[in-house]
Design a protein around this ligand. Structure first.
Ligand SMILES: [Zn+2]
Length: 159
């Protein structure tokens, strides 16, 4: 008995995991948030072909392990080739935001934790939650990982 086949033709972006079905060749576009509800890199996942005439299970793997800000920058190549220059600039701006959000977490949490001889994980978790509480949306500062677009949209809704 043969196992579940792997998708060999894949493409990954910040938002989507695209895989051609190994049985019918259909181009399946899986959105990480809405289809998987999981935003981290996918090492191995069984999915079902979205082609209604097929519907066969197959395995996806080989996801990019780049940081989120790098994925946003890489997505710009496709946007540039399609001449979506405005979206390309928005992606770059979002990449900077995500980068500096990550920079804050590294400088304020992970580097001090790594150099601390105790490396108390409970303390790191407490400080992580404290940082989150101090800079979350309610305090009028963008939440870590929140984009300027979503921040401004939420802020305008509150008015
Ligand atoms: Zn299929």
């Amino acid at each position: 008995m043969a196992g579940i086949p792997y998708a060999e033709e894949i493409q990954t972006t910040y938002e989507n995991f695209t895989a051609h079905c190994p049985m019918c060749g259909f181009k399946n576009i899986f959105n990480r948030a809405s289809d998987f509800e999981y935003l981290k890199p996918i090492a191995h996942k069984q999915v079902v072909c979205l082609n209604r005439d097929c519907g066969q299970p197959f395995i996806i793997s080989g996801d990019s392990i780049n940081s989120a800000f790098e994925m946003l920058i890489y997505d710009c190549y496709e946007l540039r080739d399609a001449k979506h220059y405005a979206y390309c600039i928005l992606n770059l701006a979002q990449a900077f935001e995500v980068f500096f959000s990550q920079y804050l977490r590294v400088q304020l949490l992970y580097r001090p934790f790594a150099s601390d001889s105790d490396q108390n994980i409970e303390q790191l978790n407490t400080l992580t939650n404290l940082l989150y509480e101090k800079i979350k949306f309610d305090s009028d500062f963008p939440e870590c990982g929140q984009t300027s677009q979503s921040y401004l949209a939420e802020k305008n809704q509150r008015r």
